[in-house]
Design a protein around this ligand. Structure first.
Ligand SMILES: NC(=O)c1ccc[n+]([C@@H]2O[C@H](COP(=O)([O-])OP(=O)(O)OC[C@H]3O[C@@H](n4cnc5c(N)ncnc54)[C@H](O)[C@@H]3O)[C@@H](O)[C@H]2O)c1
Length: 334
């Protein structure tokens, strides 16, 4: 049995708890939230204790194997460091931190304390995304030229309106399309150049939008769009290769479509039907992390991957501010 202590009972706390409650051999022993009423909504009649602070949870619980952090981003560091001080392994929601300095400190601190740190870059666990990576890697559509991704929906409501404060959430670039940055880096390798346009500097009330161009070392160019200006949440991608295109649109009934160029032998428009998911990507991700904790395997996404995704977000924010491209992973950099 693995005992999980959850920190934060908001949207993601609820999502994680729902996954854990469905797992065998996993016990959510406690939930910490400054709003204990909110935590009550999650536990229902489950055997989970509620605590107003981490210290009280650690004192009040017999054994905690992992602390899962689902508080707003600007609070991640505080809880990761405390968990490491207690010598307890950590799962932390993305983005790992608000700044690269904090992220580096968190990773180094956990390493020093011999504590594992896993970061919830969940897009790697969405079959429609991992399948696209697989197709690209297997050369199904040949050399890739241009990629487009889009992710967006309504402005997220959060505790105390924290998403509206760019100094706390980082807006769509740091909070939302970091998902795509991580996925694209996983698929195409290191990024060389980042250029961004968007609304972050305009401080618009409950509205954010950005378009970011990534140039990868491999030569692939990706246009990544993020929006908190729409009503309905959706995600899309399009990979254009020499021999075909892979497209996905979460709004469509048949969301993943592989279209290959016609030749004498093949017909165009080979569709890949998606089977309904038995478990949510969050369930798959968290189960994977818990297995890695038990077996000592390296997870599909590491804390260093989370750092690199954050590096792209930070570069995009800098580009947006300065109006010029930002270069990453340069030879001879220190
Ligand atoms: N992986 C994903 O798909 C995904 C999706 C949404 C959000 N996130 C990330 O998850 C994290 C949480 O986001 P959310 O939307 O669930 O936030 P939220 O605002 O819905 O919930 C945050 C919770 O933290 C509690 N809280 C605030 N301060 C606290 C403190 N000091 N100690 C303990 N509890 C405290 C609040 O009471 C609230 O219940 C963020 O980092 C966000 O970027 C990830």
């Amino acid at each position: 049995m693995q005992n999980v202590l959850l920190i934060g009972a908001g949207t993601m706390g609820m999502e994680h708890a729902t996954s854990y409650y469905q797992m065998e051999d996993v016990h959510v022993v406690g939930i910490v939230d400054i709003r204990t009423e909110q935590a009550k909504k999650i536990i229902g009649d489950c055997d989970t204790k509620i605590f107003p602070s981490l210290e009280e949870a650690v004192n009040g619980l017999e054994r905690i194997d992992v602390i899962d952090i689902c508080v707003p981003t600007f609070l991640h560091m505080e809880y990761v460091m405390k968990a490491a001080d207690y010598g307890i392994d950590v799962i932390c929601e993305k983005p790992l931190a608000y700044t690269l300095q904090d992220a580096r400190e968190m990773i180094d601190y956990c390493n020093d304390k011999n504590v594992k740190l896993y970061v919830g870059h969940v897009v790697r666990f969405f079959p429609q995304y991992s399948e696209a990576k697989q197709l690209v890697t297997n050369g199904a559509i040949g050399d890739i030229g241009v990629v487009r991704t889009r992710r967006g929906g309504n402005f997220p409501p959060g505790w105390n309106n924290w998403y509206a404060d760019h100094e706390k959430s980082g807006g769509v670039i740091l909070d939302l399309i970091i998902h795509d940055f991580d996925f694209l880096r996983w698929t195409f390798g290191e990024v060389e150049r980042v250029y961004a346009k968007g609304l972050a500097e305009k401080n618009m009330d409950h509205l954010d939008y950005a378009i970011v161009t990534l140039v990868f070392k491999s030569g692939v160019i990706a246009h990544v769009e993020g929006s908190w200006a729409h009503e309905r949440f959706s995600t899309q991608y399009e990979f254009a290769g020499k021999n075909g295109i892979i497209e996905y649109d979460s709004l469509k009934e048949e969301p993943v479509l592989l279209s290959l160029k016609q030749s004498n032998e093949t017909k165009a428009g080979v569709a890949i039907p998606q089977s309904p998911l038995k478990n949510s990507p969050y369930f798959i991700e968290l189960e994977h992390f818990l297995t890695c904790l038990k077996t000592n395997e390296t997870p599909t996404v590491t804390a260093e991957d989370a750092y690199k995704a954050l590096e792209i977000s930070v570069a995009a924010l800098q580009s947006l501010k300065t109006g010029v491209p930002v270069y990453l992973n340069q030879e001879g950099e220190n």
